[in-house]
Design a protein around this ligand. Sequence first.
Ligand code: HEC
Ligand code: HEC
Ligand code: HEC
Ligand code: HEC
Ligand code: HEC
Length: 216
Amino acid sequence: MAQIFHPAANPFARFSIFGAVFLAIGALWLTGAITRSAWFTRSNVARDQPVPFTHELHSGKLGLDCRYCHTSVEESPFAGLPPTQTCMNCHTQIWADAPMLEPVRQSWQTGRPIAWTRVYDLADFCAFDHSIHLRKGIGCSTCHGSVDRMPLMWQTVSLFMEWCLDCHRQPERFIRPREAVFRMDDEPPLDQPRIGRELVERYHVRPSTDCTTCHR
Ligand code: HEC
Ligand code: HEC
Ligand code: HEC
Ligand code: HEC
Ligand code: HEC
């Protein structure tokens, strides 16, 4: 039977088979790289908001405590976003007629909450609880960055499952004294290894990596 391919075509055939495999691997890698990239997760991108509320001014310069607005963060799974009343405590007097604050006044008059764009938002099949993390010495800035320097809010971490697990496996790398959970510096101190191990013992920190801890 006549050969379909001339023997000289063999190197080409081999090359194209390898080529196809490489292409497939390349495509897989690219998909992975894209879904993991900051562009896809939109981390480090400041989100537009109906009102350009700034933590840099309200937390940083004015020094308002996180709990003034995120009132339930210590007692419940949710930090919560402040009702318009909280803004009006000050903005009936300060910048009372500023056009920038029109959506706040409208919300106040109509009773409809301001439609903030969510920044940190896990899929519905994940359970997260703020109160336990604070009680066990994990600070806001470990997960949200230096919020007091953000004009508009952006996401500072990937929120991928590996990110949660990284800490659940080695909490001693991130834990801090309970009284420091609201401090905004997000770099662990130089003697973190020693402090970390000590605090893990003192607070009986045993994070679970069972699937049902986060997926129920
Ligand atoms: C004067 C009220 C106020 C104070 C004080 C305040 N926040 Fe906020 N925070 C808001 C408002 C309003 C939003 C929604 C708009 C936005 O995302 O910027 C918000 C959003 C956030 C978000 C993003 C929520 C999301 O959409 O997922 C985080 C994280 C956050 N705040 C953390 C903090 C931390 C940490 C502190 C203390 C250092 C703090 N906030 C202090 C009012 C406040
Ligand atoms: C261990 C990580 C971690 C710590 C510590 C943490 N947060 Fe969060 N925060 C998250 C995650 C994850 C979400 C998204 C939750 C969701 O979508 O269900 C979130 C959501 C929020 C939101 C949006 C509203 C809500 O309740 O979901 C605010 C506001 C917020 N955090 C503020 C804070 C403040 C203030 C602190 C410190 C007192 C803090 N967070 C500490 C991880 C953390
Ligand atoms: C404790 C008082 C206080 C509270 C509560 C408060 N603000 Fe302010 N806000 C101020 C002050 C003070 C300024 C700065 C005014 C100036 O620069 O002269 C300001 C400025 C602003 C600005 C202008 C920022 C800029 O770019 O200069 C916006 C927008 C704003 N606030 C929105 C809000 C919203 C939305 C809330 C509720 C979530 C809120 N504020 C709660 C005191 C407050
Ligand atoms: C920087 C460290 C850190 C990060 C990041 C972190 N956790 Fe945790 N988590 C802890 C610690 C510490 C505990 C407390 C463990 C204990 O009870 O001893 C905890 C406890 C929990 C609990 C409560 C478990 C129980 O026994 O009820 C849940 C649920 C949880 N984490 C979910 C998450 C999810 C989901 C994420 C990612 C979105 C996350 N955590 C990210 C440190 C972290
Ligand atoms: C500490 C909390 C935590 C634990 C423990 C955990 N997961 Fe997840 N898981 C997450 C988070 C957070 C996400 C991402 C959610 C999102 O994208 O919003 C996720 C996503 C997933 C997804 C969707 C695909 C993906 O990677 O985004 C699957 C499937 C999954 N988890 C399975 C598991 C299994 C199986 C286990 C047990 C071996 C487990 N998870 C343990 C927090 C956890």
